[in-house]
Ligand binder design. Structure first.
Ligand code: CTP
Ligand code: MG
Length: 234
């Protein structure tokens, strides 16, 4: 069974506002995307990685990953477009790399470049759950804050029962055929903020495994600051 990981890293990082695409911002001296990819490889559960970056940074990314089992491609305008391009590359060129009769990896992970401190053990647990027979797997955490539904002008409508809510992280893991079918059934512009959302739309069951606070997404300057502090202490 071969496992490929797709790393969408083609976003602009508007909310971080660091003056460079988020994936290329240094975190304690190492670009965010390099930390995310090295975590995947360190898990021992991933055979190859496909990284989708902004078109202007393809050459720079190839240098960053020289000698590693990493393929760099130009990403798309939306996260889903970046993942779709990587899946197409896997399906077309997989035969040269992977050992399956279909010519592509059996298991595919999708992991945000923006989660540079994701523990390798979490990555391995997602792969293990897919290998155990779950075609779609997401890591989740309970929601700590009280959650309220509000109107556009900021008036509280109701309080949501948080005991049934979970915050969802990456990597998300899939049987290749399941994710492929989910993407085939949606438009490039489908407003999905994660990949399991597309799988849900085609009626497939999504399994959860416990997430890890360290897999948090670097979205704002505050998150980058926390990540720097965590690395200082490590
Ligand atoms: N991503 C991508 N292609 C896009 C948009 C996003 O590959 N067209 C990736 C980002 O690089 C990131 C992940 O999807 O690793 C999660 O997206 P997000 O945290 O929203 O990153 P950005 O879109 O870069 O940030 P922002 O929304 O603040 O601009
Ligand atoms: Mg974004």
């Amino acid at each position: 069974m071969t496992v490929a990981a797709v790393v969408p890293a083609a976003g602009s990082g508007t909310r971080l506002g660091a003056g460079a695409p988020k994936a290329f911002v240094p975190l304690a001296g190492v670009p965010v995307v390099v930390r995310a990819v090295e975590g995947l490889l360190r898990s021992g559960a991933v055979d190859e990685v496909l990284v989708g970056v902004p078109e202007a940074l393809v050459d720079q990314a190839r240098l960053l990953f020289a000698g590693r089992p990493v393929t760099v491609l130009a990403g798309g305008a939306e996260r889903t477009a970046t993942v779709r391009l990587a899946l197409e590359l896997l399906a077309v060129h997989g035969g040269e790399r992977a050992a399956t009769p279909e010519g592509h990896a059996d298991v595919v992970l999708v992991h945000d470049a923006a989660r540079p401190l994701t523990p390798p053990a979490l990555i391995a647990s997602v792969v293990a759950a897919v290998r155990a027979g779950h075609p779609a797997v997401v890591p989740v955490l309970p929601v700590a804050d009280t959650v309220k539904r509000v109107t556009p002008d900021g008036i509280v409508e109701s309080t949501v029962d948080r005991s049934v809510l979970r915050a969802v992280q990456t990597p998300q893991g899939f049987a290749f055929a399941t994710l492929w079918a989910a993407y085939a059934a949606s438009d490039v512009d489908a407003a999905a903020t994660d990949d399991a959302g597309l799988v849900e739309r085609v009626g497939e069951k999504v399994h959860t495994v416990p997430g890890d606070p360290a897999a948090f997404k670097v979205t704002t300057p505050w998150d980058l600051h926390i990540a720097e502090l965590l690395l200082e202490k490590a």
